[in-house]
Design a binder for this molecule. Structure first.
Ligand SMILES: NC(=O)c1ccc[n+]([C@@H]2O[C@H](COP(=O)([O-])OP(=O)(O)OC[C@H]3O[C@@H](n4cnc5c(N)ncnc54)[C@H](OP(=O)(O)O)[C@@H]3O)[C@@H](O)[C@H]2O)c1
Length: 320
């Protein structure tokens, strides 16, 4: 992917949490970026214009995942695409099929078809750990790797619509790659923490912030799989740039119990309203990112992620 044409890439959902860090990294590496947003004039995308080199090398396009032509206009002229956009609800959902599943699945297929029409060489599809780990029949003593797929029937049963949307979108994307000329690689980040570049609160940052503010609710002491948003951006660029990258990649740095995560936060910032009680949760297998590490990926310490997250919430006035 190292030729000059490979230096023009498209990032969908540019204004979001993960995409903003990805664009910052791509610009710093000299890429020209076509970013898609639903509304280029919206204040929530203002941070993108302030990124270093954005004035010369970032162009925003208005695009909606269910509108093929709008996606094609942004993808035309690019050698690579990072498909990041997908609905990640922060509150209750009335109609999961319309609000989550269709934009995720049809939206991904629209992006892939536009990539074929625009003769894109490689597309990196951002999937999720929820497309990997929700598999009740996986052996309890076996670490989950890329061969583990979430069970869609189970996801329907427990009404995990977001997880279902990601599982369906990722499996369709890989299938599309097998039956077309397009080189499709997927990356499955687990719960993403770390500082925010954007002003609006995304779902995973909200989840972390609740640990600092909503201590009266008992929490399930589940095993949480965590990765830093900046390490996710590095992973996405790595799989784009390494010609040998193929298939899917789990992107996860730490597996830590909810209570241990809170204890870690407490040891650095003792004065927030942390959860006071935890409910025991079942043991479950860990996940491994060995495949990604073999490609050259590394990650920062958890403490750095937590400190930078909290400082970012403080700077945004979210913890007042
Ligand atoms: N954060 C995590 O913990 C985590 C973990 C695993 C995977 N992921 C994946 O990472 C990606 C980015 O997530 P994020 O955490 O950065 O969330 P985010 O900040 O909410 O970003 C999601 C982006 O998708 C866009 N989008 C949603 N529906 C769309 C539609 N119908 N048409 C066009 N754009 C649409 C949003 O645009 P608007 O700004 O216009 O709403 C937003 O830019 C997603 O694919 C998500 O599934 C995230």
């Amino acid at each position: 992917m190292g030729d000059d044409k490979g230096r023009v890439v498209c990032v969908t959902g540019a204004g979001g949490y993960v995409a903003s860090w990805l664009i910052k990294l791509l610009l710093s590496k000299g890429y020209t970026v076509h970013g898609t947003v639903r509304n280029p004039g919206d204040e929530k995308n203002a941070h993108l214009y302030k990124l270093e080199k954005a004035s010369d090398n970032l162009k925003l396009f208005k695009a909606e995942l269910l509108d093929y032509e709008s996606l094609y206009s942004a993808i035309k002229g690019c050698s690579g695409v990072f498909h990041v956009a997908s609905p990640l609800p922060t509150g209750p959902v009335q109609n999961p099929q319309v609000e989550i599943i269709e934009p995720a699945v049809k939206g991904t297929l629209n992006v892939l078809k536009a990539c074929v029409e625009a003769k894109v060489k490689r597309v990196i599809v951002v999937s999720s750990g929820t497309a990997v780990f929700m598999n009740p029949s996986w052996p309890k003593d076996r670490v989950k790797d890329e061969t583990c797929w979430s069970d869609k029937e189970f996801q329907k049963k427990v009404k995990h619509w977001y997880g279902l949307s990601k599982t369906e979108a990722e499996s369709e994307a890989l299938e599309f790659g097998k039956t077309s000329e397009l080189d499709v690689v997927t990356v499955c980040p687990v719960l993403v923490f770390g500082p925010m570049l954007q002003h609006t609160m995304n779902a995973s940052s909200m989840h972390l912030m609740r640990q600092l503010k909503e201590g009266d609710e008992p929490r399930e002491n589940k095993l949480q799989k965590v990765v830093d948003v900046r390490d996710v951006a590095e992973a996405l660029v790595l799989v784009y740039e390494k010609p040998e990258a193929e298939g899917r990649y789990i992107c996860s740095s730490f597996c830590i119990r909810a209570k241990d995560l809170v204890d870690k936060l407490k040891s650095i910032y003792p004065n927030y309203n942390y959860p006071k009680s935890f409910i025991d949760a079942e043991d479950e297998p860990k996940m491994t990112s060995q495949k990604l590490q073999k490609l050259g990926w590394s990650y920062r310490p958890l403490e750095e992620t937590l400190v930078d997250s909290v400082e970012s919430f403080k700077a945004a006035g979210r913890l007042d």
